[in-house]
Ligand binder design. Structure first.
Ligand SMILES: Cc1cc2nc3c(=O)[nH]c(=O)nc-3n(C[C@H](O)[C@H](O)[C@H](O)COP(=O)(O)OP(=O)(O)OC[C@H]3O[C@@H](n4cnc5c(N)ncnc54)[C@H](O)[C@@H]3O)c2cc1C
Length: 366
């Protein structure tokens, strides 16, 4: 007889894996289905920045807790707490920086304003054309390419049944729960969690739910190895730049510049009209970058809804179905909000509130 799981989870990114592990630890029987390999979506290709300075104010409490989770994971995920500087090159950017960082500081982030002299003492290779700088000692990064390996290892040591190369193509509902179909086997579960990342709109459509989800096509680039040029995570007041130098000497450059393509097309494509200005901004901040070759640029899909807040809660029209995704800064926040999601499904008291997926969506700033 087919096993009837307590819950089926669609998607083996951070959200799906971390929630699965939390539920299994609490005694639920869990099946997790991933269309590709574990941790190969956004969770495995992102820039890995764990910077509190680029988190949205309302999400700061979640980012602080998420940061703590990464710290606990430590070397296994390449966690490094470097500190981070955010730069303003003119008066307009300095005003923006002041407004944004004051709000983030009020929300609990350990952010201070420092003089350009202090910046240059610690980061002598950064441009001297600096008008204002903020600093957060807690900023750092982890290595996103270790995400899959990390979670697969935890899943292997848990009671979670997980299947890769298993795309969910159809879901039937009955009063007993869900029949979840892949190309070959189908699985039964009393509950369902959608954690499909950039493919979430299509996953929700399998339940006849139309959510206003879009997928951004974020770009990241990496240079060849270089002698030490920067020690901290370097950002820009607009949020359009993140740079960090890895232990092997390569510099990772991100900032949310958009490539082309859609999740349905498979992998997105790097777009020269966005990757070039991204690298130019990096070179302006760090002139020595212009001597380094870019080894590779790539893209990944990041889902969002119009208000840019997460979808995290029960799906109103479908009993026992839940959704978790569209989390801005989801690499940082993922391990924590997934525990909250697990607590919600278990009926436990929540440490912080979730984000009702049935709300009215209004467009807000990003
Ligand atoms: C290029 C890039 C850079 C980023 N940089 C940062 C950063 O520096 N810091 C930060 O905090 N955040 C960053 N993010 C955001 C962060 O990576 C994401 O918010 C987070 O990884 C999302 O995790 P997830 O589990 O929701 O999605 P994913 O990791 O995409 O996982 C979803 C999984 O669901 C699977 N799936 C979808 N549909 C189905 C189906 N029908 N059947 C089976 N499986 C299915 C997919 O294959 C995928 O593996 C970045 C994102 C991108 C794309």
């Amino acid at each position: 007889m087919t096993k009837n799981y307590d819950i089926a989870i669609i998607g083996g990114g951070i959200m799906g894996c971390a929630t699965a592990l939390h539920l299994a630890q609490a005694g639920m029987s869990v099946i997790l289905l991933e269309k590709d390999d574990i941790g190969q979506g956004a969770s495995g290709v992102n820039a890995g920045t764990l910077s509190l300075q680029i988190k949205r104010v309302k999400l700061m409490p979640y980012a602080l807790k998420g940061h703590h989770e990464w710290q606990k994971m430590g070397d296994k995920v390449g966690f490094v707490k470097t500190g981070g500087y955010t730069l303003a090159f003119n008066e307009r950017e300095a005003k923006l920086l002041e407004e944004r960082m004051n709000l983030k500081r009020e929300a609990g982030a350990n952010i201070e304003f420092v003089s350009p002299q202090i910046l240059h003492k610690n980061e002598p290779n950064i441009t001297k054309k600096i008008v204002a700088v903020s600093y957060c000692a807690d900023d750092g990064y982890a290595n996103s390419s270790l995400t899959g390996q990390y979670y697969r290892n935890l899943l292997n040591h848990s009671s979670v049944d997980y299947f890769e190369q298993s795309q969910i193509i159809k879901i039937d509902q009955s009063d007993k729960g869900f029949n979840v179909h892949t190309a070959n086997p189908q699985y039964k579960a009393k509950r369902l969690l959608l954690a499909g990342g950039g493919w979430m709109k299509q996953a929700a459509a399998l339940l006849d739910i139309d959510l206003p989800i879009q997928a951004r096509v974020n770009t990241v680039s990496v240079t060849e190895r270089s002698p030490k040029l920067i020690s901290n995570v370097i950002g820009h007041a607009t949020g359009l730049l993140t740079m960090k130098q890895k232990a092997n000497g390569s510099i990772l450059i991100g900032g949310g510049w958009q490539g082309t393509g859609t999740p349905n097309d498979g992998r997105g494509k790097v777009h020269s009209q966005t990757v070039i200005p991204n690298i130019q901004l990096g070179q302006y901040a760090l002139p020595a970058l212009s001597a380094l070759r870019i080894i590779r640029s790539w893209t990944g899909f990041e889902a969002n809804v119009p208000d840019f807040y997460p979808l995290a809660g029960a799906l109103g029209n479908v009993p026992n179905a839940y959704i978790l995704g569209c989390v801005r800064g989801g690499f940082t926040i993922g391990p924590y909000i997934s525990k909250l999601m697990g607590d919600f499904i278990l009926g436990n008291e929540l440490e912080l509130p979730l984000f009702d997926p049935n709300r009215q969506f209004t467009q807000t700033g990003k």
